[in-house]
Design a binder for this molecule. Structure first.
Ligand SMILES: [Mn+2]
Length: 355
């Protein structure tokens, strides 16, 4: 069933007769429109993508499941001019996406409508991926695997983190990625003790962990992976930190199974890290969903009491240990829940790589 139809089927239960989609990711998900401006008006039987002439031609020609309405007016004026909207009474909208100003402009311009906010009307569909979506994520992850194997020979004492990041990003595009799915993290030495430390002008040197956390988009779908390598000779303490993260990640990865609670995975990794004496240094959730957004539902966390692993989900497993003032290690894979099968999409070597 097409995705817009699925949404329309939910209208009556939610007591609305129309819905306004403003999130560009959600518009892409529903129509394949990949311009960066436009709104999608969905009524019970129709869907209209309102956008402007900047996107005429190739970009609007690929739109599926919606009629395209090109306008020179503001989108709100164009929406108000739609023939059917006068008969509408209650319109849903995406509360996470629109600005306060846009909301009031809508209300002023269409004062006969009642507006009802929703915070994951489309995202709840996106939670479980279809086959082609998983293939796109898998392709994006494959690009990540290639970039990682390329970059190892480039990492040498004296090279700046930002140069390593630039080389990685260049290769992501060279291998078919559209753009990075977030700012590439290259964090070395003491900087690796901050979980999300981007890439700086710092030069890498011997005796340091280097955390590489990166991703790209393929056909609009993101990848996300992390590997931590060592430059020089690791001390026993370094090896212990790495092994702890490695086995915590392995246990969680091997525990993935359709039908169990997501929070159980977090507990598997967290318990192992606690038993090894580093419990207080694993300071974030185990993972997150990956799709059109690099961070989306589901949250893989001990705080997620209800979430169950279901077919079609794609999420990360990324435990880490961050010793303040010292160094840190994180290993992250993206896994997909297929029909009675679990597939790890990021298969670069996980054992400690010493450069
Ligand atoms: Mn991640």
């Amino acid at each position: 069933m097409n995705r817009i139809k699925k949404l329309q089927n939910r209208f009556s239960n939610n007591n609305i007769d129309s819905f306004l989609i403003t999130s560009s990711k959600n518009i892409y998900y529903l129509t394949r429109f990949n311009g960066d401006a436009g709104i999608l008006f969905i009524s019970l039987r129709k869907a209209t993508l309102i956008t402007d002439y900047r996107f005429q031609g190739e970009i609007v020609e690929r739109v599926e499941n919606a009629r395209v309405y090109l306008t020179k007016k503001s989108y709100i004026d164009a929406l108000a001019s739609q023939r059917t909207i006068k008969r509408k009474k209650r319109m849903g909208f995406e509360s996470r996406d629109i600005s306060y100003k846009f909301y009031w402009d809508l209300r002023k311009r269409m004062d006969w409508l009642k507006f009802k906010s929703f915070d994951s009307f489309v995202e709840s569909l996106r939670l479980k991926k279809e086959e082609d979506e998983i293939q796109n994520i898998a392709r994006a992850c494959e690009i990540g695997n290639k970039v990682f194997s390329d970059i190892l020979e480039y990492i040498k004492p004296g090279v700046r983190e930002i140069e390593i990041a630039a080389e990685m990003e260049y290769r992501m595009k060279k291998y078919g990625g559209e753009k990075t799915s977030f700012d590439t993290i290259v964090a070395s030495g003491i900087r690796s003790s901050v979980p999300h430390g981007t890439a700086s002008l710092k030069k890498v040197k011997k005796g340091e962990f280097i955390t590489l956390d990166f991703g790209t988009y393929y056909n609009g779908y993101a990848s996300d992976m992390t590997r931590t390598v060592f430059l020089g000779t690791p001390s026993n303490k370094d090896k212990k930190i790495y092994d702890t993260v490695y086995y915590a990640q392995k246990r969680a990865r091997e525990a993935v199974e359709e039908g169990i609670k997501l929070k159980y995975l977090d507990e598997v990794a967290r318990d192992y890290i606690k038993k090894s004496g580093f419990g207080e240094y694993f300071s974030h959730s185990l993972g997150h969903g990956v799709g059109l957004d690099v961070h989306e539902a589901p949250i893989v966390s001990y705080k997620n009491n209800d979430g169950i692993i279901e077919k079609g989900m794609v999420f990360t497993i990324e435990p880490g240990i961050y010793l303040p003032g010292y160094q840190g290690v994180r290993i992250e894979d993206t896994v997909a829940i297929l029909d009675k099968k679990i597939k790890i999409l990021t298969n670069s070597k996980r054992e400690l790589i010493v450069l």
